[in-house]
Design a protein around this ligand. Sequence first.
Ligand SMILES: NC(=O)c1ccc[n+]([C@@H]2O[C@H](COP(=O)([O-])OP(=O)(O)OC[C@H]3O[C@@H](n4cnc5c(N)ncnc54)[C@H](O)[C@@H]3O)[C@@H](O)[C@H]2O)c1
Length: 348
Amino acid sequence: MSTPTMSRPTVTLIEGDGIGPEITAATVRALEAAGASLVWERQDAGAGAVAKHGDPLPAATLESIKRTQLVLKAPLATPSGGGYRSVNVTLRQHFDLYANVRPVKTIPGVPSRYDNVDLVIVRENTEDLYAGIEHYIDARRSAAESIGIITRFGSERIIRYAFEYARTYGRKKVTLVHKANILKMTNGLFLDCGKAIAPEYPDIAFDDMIVDATAMKLVLAPERFDVIVTMNLFGDILSDLTAGLIGGLGVAPAANIGAQGEGSAPCAMFEAVHGTAPDIAGKGIANPTGLMLSAAMLLDHVDQRAAAARLRRGIFASLAQAATRTGDLGGKANTATYTDAVIAAMGD
Ligand SMILES: NC(=O)c1ccc[n+]([C@@H]2O[C@H](COP(=O)([O-])OP(=O)(O)OC[C@H]3O[C@@H](n4cnc5c(N)ncnc54)[C@H](O)[C@@H]3O)[C@@H](O)[C@H]2O)c1
């Protein structure tokens, strides 16, 4: 009888700028200890790539992602008000990473206002007001306008993604968030798509909610929510709001999932949602939790669920104690000692 062997996916690893290299090294160490079976293809992007190759997104990095269809990415510096275009946005567009997935779960020991949050935001990542169609109406800049595009194609695929995600991860309900009472056509189309698709998933409950009411209810009773699916702008705002419910961006993971290619797996990019933290770069005190939890999502994605569970066990056990939490969460550990604690607490 042949013994099944675990496949060993190749992952494009982008260690990023600022604290990126420190949290990447910690995450790779924790992944190896958790028993993840991955092959790394290290590539450059961001300010580091500009210094090294004169290009924030070198062709070799794009080719690597095209090949691997899997990315673990630390934060990249984006110059404000000039310089080069955001590499994050370029990657999302280039690989059509239409689904931004942010799980938000209370972490015992991490200071926050609630102890019972467990929800997931599924945000459409390519359309809406972020399509980038805007202009001033005249040379004096007396007004500016921006066009939000919502397509049936884009709406249907993100809503289906949310239902499929709910099924795969044992979630019970999808709530579609919109403003269709005012934006009757764009948001009305999104809502209509949700109502048409929901009956295809009789095992998952479905409701819809106006975005302003959602913002209030998320603050009053976050335990009411399970999977939220919404458009780009609302998703951007609500996903930071929900990160705030569990202690902030430092512990929040994210996945950007692309469309299924012909005969190929969808491209998927996993990243922490915080930035490069230039104020603490090189000091060895950065908190690698966001990237580690993103790496756990990557392990789920490639069906290495046991390694993902070991990694999460180590992370949650270490965050529960002040002695092993990092300084940004009121703890006494630095990046290296926190990572040691994560590895020690993984269990078998
Ligand atoms: N996904 C990305 O690549 C991404 C996301 C956001 C910002 N950025 C970039 O990051 C740079 C800095 O942005 P910013 O200062 O607005 O936000 P930031 O998230 O880098 O920092 C905000 C504050 O949070 C702290 N912080 C952030 N992550 C931390 C961690 N892991 N451990 C401990 N403390 C942490 C920082 O020290 C700082 O005080 C900019 O160039 C921005 O464009 C990149």
